[in-house]
Design a protein around this ligand. Sequence first.
Ligand code: SAH
Ligand code: SF4
Length: 361
Amino acid sequence: MKLPADALIAPSHPVARLPAEWEECVRAWGEPVYRAKQIFDWIHRRGVLDPDEMSNLPKSLRERMKKEGLGWPIAIVSEHESADQTRKLVVGMLDGERVETVLIPALGDDRIVTQCISSQVGCAMGCVFCASGVAGLKRQMSDAEIVSQVLLGRRELRPDQRIRNVVFMGMGEPLHNYDAVARALVLITHPDGLDLSKRRVTVSTSGLVKQIDRLGKDFDGRVQLAVSLHAVRDEDRSAIMPVNRKHGLDELTDALRRYPMPKRQRITIEYTLIKGVNDSLQDANGMVELLRGIPVKVNLIPMNPISASDLEAPDSSHVTRFQEQLTRRGLSVFVRKTRGDDVAAACGQLAFHGDGPRSAD
Ligand code: SAH
Ligand code: SF4
């Protein structure tokens, strides 16, 4: 299994160093090489970032790491728990910017947790139905800030809970911040660290074609890819997702056909259902044609309301009809249950702190 380590740019912060990079550091400091593994273990396996707590390291080394600036690049500013146990953490970064990460316990077994993380402060893609898109891009997140969401999220769990899935479905377009996201992917799947299975880490994109190719190549197609489709004709898609004006549906579906996936793995197609915009039976039929021959599973997401837009979800009976049409024509389809909407933690509601669902206005 090839790791893209040599394709990675340098880490921005000590938290984002890989074991080999720690080795270089400890060597330069005149310490034995095995210290590198101990440091990585503290940070990524145990989630301890304060050198003073790294009890098996000599004081001189701990002081050296403090000088290097090892410590949390993010902190929890506030926490909001939803009636369905979903927990939204508002996370502050050192320059005062804020993003959000969401802990979502599985419905049947709350010991298994999916964490949704952010990759940018805001988003440049401008999708009209999305709170992050409407807000625009404020800045990229660093590799350390991205991975620290998972390290911090894990500390918030009960002892019997664990993070099994990480999804890049919070604020931002992860493939528009490729270098930082690639390093975060290597870190959270590293066998000496958090050791998440690549299959259980999902990168969701609005369709940046070149970066989809790069992700496939760098990670051998093992990272789970999710693509936000949301419309099946170029004209309709360009109206709600400006990225489509640059990379149209032909180009996007060609990239999906090329994505080097292991057998039995399928690409997730996300389709946010918006009343009167993309929810007709012609749309359902068009989706079947468009995705023919691509191994996919479809996630339908009834649109969550945002304060900046009047767009809304169709009635639930219509959602079911749309789903049935796709199923009848051979696609495997799930309707994603809205989780955490009472605390504005649902898909597309993650915006700058304080924005919430329209119903809370
Ligand atoms: N930028 C990436 C990932 C973050 S958004 C992307 O667009 O794929 C995660 C998912 O939530 C995407 O499928 C996105 O289109 C969807 N989404 C955005 N706003 C939404 C809303 N208001 N209601 C439901 N889903 C929404
Ligand atoms: Fe960005 Fe994704 Fe929102 Fe589109 S849906 S604006 S790509 S975060």
